[in-house]
Design a protein around this ligand. Structure first.
Ligand SMILES: C[S@@+](CC[C@H](N)C(=O)[O-])C[C@H]1O[C@@H](n2cnc3c(N)ncnc32)[C@H](O)[C@@H]1O
Length: 247
């Protein structure tokens, strides 16, 4: 049985996170309108090959670097390494095919602060149809098969701390206790992709998948001051306040 997350909406969580926490750097992959990164007050890197921005997305950010590119091209360009960037918080919401998210995770962890947190969207589908890998067959909400990241990370990276937040509509998996120098996923990438490519959720086992995690209540985490992020958060007094210098 598919167990839907019943918590608050993911955008409420992200907005609350960025209203109360400040990070040195925030990365978002897959941004579309910018609604999910508009509330960020930290230095931000936004990556999407096809932006649809009509909002004020700069807001209170001291810096916003926008890459209209695929995440593969973004990582290949070396911006993070060249600038010595250590990511405090990241939200991965780009192409919803698991091998893309796996590469996004690998590239993001390599540039993360070890105390940082990587959030991954859409790992909890409501039915088989929304997990399709057929990009032409997508109707309505689409999680793709990024659910596969959970068993992959559980098996290959037991050192990570994984938390499935019960955020509507389709969950957010958070990975903490990061190891930027760990190359296990990169070294075994072909084997991992080959193992999971032709599996769908019903062949893998819906019960098995939903038995493999417990939801953490996102509202309780918000009320506890976003405890998971506290190790990497900056002093809130360091928040940048834009000032108008001319009339
Ligand atoms: C679900 S939307 C993101 C929604 C946004 N994060 C929000 O919550 O409002 C997915 C986005 O991923 C982008 N995308 C597709 N392929 C991508 C890729 N290879 N790299 C990065 N982004 C990609 C799409 O252009 C689309 O804007």
């Amino acid at each position: 049985m598919y167990l839907r997350p019943r918590g608050t909406r993911y955008v409420n969580f992200l907005t609350g996170l960025h209203q109360s926490m400040l990070f040195d750097w925030y990365l978002e992959i897959g941004c579309r309108s910018g609604a999910s990164f508009a509330p960020v007050r930290s230095k931000t890197i936004a990556v999407d090959p096809f932006f649809r921005v009509e909002l004020n997305v700069i807001g209170q950010k001291p810096a916003l670097h926008v890459f209209q590119a695929t995440s593969d091209d973004f990582f290949a360009g070396g911006f993070l390494e060249r600038n010595g960037i250590r990511l405090g918080a990241s939200f991965l919401d780009g192409m919803h095919l698991f091998e893309y998210l796996l590469r996004d995770f690998i590239g993001t962890e390599a540039a993360s602060d070890p105390k940082g947190v990587i959030m991954m969207h859409d790992l909890v589908p409501h039915d088989l149809a929304m997990t399709t890998r057929n990009l032409k067959g997508i109707r309505g909400a689409w999680t793709g098969d990024v659910w596969k990241l959970l068993p992959i990370l559980q098996r290959w990276r037991p050192d990570l701390t994984l938390t499935m937040l019960n955020l509507r509509p389709t969950g957010v998996l958070c990975a903490a206790n990061l190891s930027p120098g760990n190359t296990v996923l990169q070294d075994n990438y072909d084997e991992i992709v080959a193992e999971f490519l032709d599996t769908d959720l019903e062949a893998y086992g819906v019960e098995k998948y939903f038995d493999s995690f417990e939801y953490t209540d996102a509202v309780a985490m918000m009320e506890a001051g976003f405890s998971m992020f506290q190790g990497v958060a900056l002093d809130p007094a360091a928040a940048f306040v834009p000032r108008k210098l001319s009339t």
